[in-house]
Design a protein around this ligand. Structure first.
Ligand SMILES: [Zn+2]
Length: 157
């Protein structure tokens, strides 16, 4: 019994240590009406609450237009309820990328406009990361190898 309790507590401690939202923490500055949690760590301009939601809807309707009539769409025009956090940061840990998507928990990172790594319009980078997120919600795979046409057709429109 003691061993079982010890193993269980090690497991619980392990979870706390390893899962701090991919190293970025769970605190956020605001939550949009749809439930997107947003943290603007670097205090850059970033994207507004309306833009965060509108881009999610735009990219979803672009991707889902292929099989739209077979989907169950909710009152927000989506086939799922967002469980997403977006963080604008000065730096992405261990990477010089401008954006990154992590799953479970679902997190999109965007570098701030003040970051030395900032090159591309935040909206374009956000759309790219949304393609990963939405594909994962809809198909179970986030297509990390970018072998989907949606990385082109649903990002640049
Ligand atoms: Zn990507």
């Amino acid at each position: 019994m003691k061993i079982l309790i010890l193993m269980m507590s090690m497991f619980l401690i392990g979870c706390d240590v390893d899962n701090n939202n991919h190293g970025y923490g769970f605190e956020y500055d605001f939550i949009t009406p749809l439930g997107i949690e947003y943290k603007n760590k670097s205090n850059s301009i970033g994207l507004s609450s309306i833009e965060l939601e509108q881009e999610l809807k735009n990219v979803f309707s672009c991707i889902s237009s292929v099989w739209y009539d077979k989907l169950k769409i909710n009152e927000h025009g989506l086939s799922f309820y967002p469980d997403l956090m977006v963080i604008t940061a000065d730096k992405i840990i261990n990477s010089d990328r401008e954006g990154r998507y992590y799953s479970s928990p679902n997190l999109i990172l965007l570098v701030s406009e003040k970051s030395p790594n900032y090159k591309t319009d935040s909206k374009i980078v956000y759309r790219h990361e949304l393609v990963h997120y939405i594909l994962e919600k809809m198909t179970g795979s986030n297509h990390s190898n970018h072998q989907s046409i949606f990385f082109n057709s649903c990002v640049y429109f």
